[in-house]
Design a protein. Sequence first.
Length: 127
Amino acid sequence: MTFFEYALQNGFQPQSEVRRQLANSALQSGNADLALQQYDALTKDPESTIEPYEGYVTASIALGRAEEAYFMAQEAVKRWPEDAISHDLLGWAALESGRKDEAAQALTKALDINPYLTSAKERMKQL
């Protein structure tokens, strides 16, 4: 059991910070499943930001779990429909899961919102 797991079990507050640190630590040690569990819990927090969604999508894609990444990216767009990063995440996950038309739409929307979003520009080149 790591320090962060111990802190989480014993009610350390704020829980979101412990989960964020635990996810980072888990990724560094190669425990992607634990990282995904923490990102998933963070996305369920009503005060969540886009960052846990980014972490979840990134880790899922790295693990070859494009469908999981796609589902979480869809959730991010539902939660933040006017956020360029949420559309960029959806575009990336759609691209990785073979949904090229949807990827193009999502990345175009991301660039409509923020024409300077480098990651969306790079992903558009992959289409």
